[in-house]
Design a protein around this ligand. Structure first.
Ligand SMILES: [Zn+2]
Length: 339
């Protein structure tokens, strides 16, 4: 019996020593210590051993088992350690590799132009206000002196949610909302996205941006309007820029004017950029119509004011000499990075 156990022990230890994988160790464990393993079959043969011998044989079996188990565990730990070291060696980080480059975005020309315009007006004491892009027909048209059926609606055809709700065609509704609050005097600019049912081409888009301004106080005259816009043009396009006011018609202002600035490329000489005229049209403006004041609950006998509106894209296109508005909406980083 003793020799038999010794043989099993020798064979098991040899196999363990020769194994180089955790799976092999498992197979050895099953083969020797498992339910049908060799050591277990020795225990089953105990019934043939004489009663006085049994304790000694039992002890020998247990010792053999312990030796094999210890060796198995020791080898398992060694193999696991080896595997971990191997893994670490393979996954080593090469700190000399060049880093992944992050693509940094770029400010949109519209945004640069908007920040510039805001800076100029905030510097003159204006507040920046915003309003909803989906607007009541009342705020977009009626409160601005454009009742249903008024021909001016044709020039500003927009997208209708229903009879009473539209996508705003101008940021002027924000002016009405500001006046309705009843806090006077008012000195605000309202930048934002507006909508028109226009086809896309080099100068049109169904969605673009406006910046409108509104001033209401006692004793505001056309001279204040001219002075303000002349200062704005000088700040935006250069110290020697001159402005020209041409009579025009808007339903919500009276009198109304369109404003040209001297071409900042040829300084008024006439060039290809200004089509030879020396002037470039930039915005519309006028004195707020008494009807508009009245509808917003302001007494036109006591208060007066002016309003103006400028296309943000128009400023960006002029300032950066971009000749196609569509470039502003494509968001091609190669284009945007030029500004
Ligand atoms: Zn010019």
């Amino acid at each position: 019996m003793k020799e038999k156990l010794e043989k099993i022990r020798q064979a098991a230890l040899e196999k363990i020593a020769g194994s180089d994988a955790l799976e092999t160790l498992n197979e050895i464990r099953v083969a020797y210590l498992g339910k049908k393993g060799e050591l277990t079959s020795v225990l089953k043969g105990m019934k043939d051993v004489s009663a006085e011998e049994r304790p000694r044989v039992g002890q020998m079996v247990n010792e053999t088992r312990a030796v094999i188990e210890a060796k198995l565990e020791e080898t398992r730990a060694a193999l696991a350690k080896k595997a971990r070291e191997e893994k670490l060696r393979k996954e080593v980080i090469d700190v000399t590799l060049p880093a992944k480059k992050n693509n940094v975005g770029h400010k949109h020309p519209n945004m640069i132009a908007l920040e510039e315009v805001e800076r100029i007006f905030v510097g003159m004491g204006y507040e920046v206000v915003e309003g909803p892009e989906v607007e009541y027909d009342y705020y977009n048209f009626e409160a601005l002196n454009i009742p249903k059926g008024h021909p001016a609606r044709d020039e500003q055809d927009t997208f209708y949610i229903n009879d009473k709700i539209v996508l705003r065609s101008q940021t002027s509704p924000v002016q009405v909302r500001t006046m309705e609050k009843g806090k006077l005097p008012i000195r605000v600019i309202a930048p934002g996205r507006v909508f028109r049912s226009d086809e896309v081409d080099a100068t049109h888009s169904p969605s673009f941006h406006q910046i409108e301004g509104l001033v209401i106080d006692k004793g505001i005259t056309f001279a204040d309007l001219k002075g303000t816009l002349a200062e704005f043009a000088r700040e935006l396009f250069g110290e020697d820029t001159k402005v020209k006011f041409r009579p025009h018609h808007f339903p919500f202002t009276e009198p109304s004017a369109e404003v040209d600035v001297t071409c900042f490329k040829c300084h008024g000489e006439g060039c290809r950029f200004c089509k030879g005229s020396g002037w470039i049209e930039i915005l519309g403006c006028g004195m707020v119509h008494p009807n508009v004041l009245r509808m917003s609950g302001i007494d036109p006998e006591e208060y007066s004011g002016f309003a103006f509106g400028v296309g943000l894209e128009r400023i960006a296109l002029l300032k950066y000499e971009i000749d196609d508005m569509r470039l502003l909406y494509e968001n091609d980083i190669r284009f945007l990075k030029q500004f």
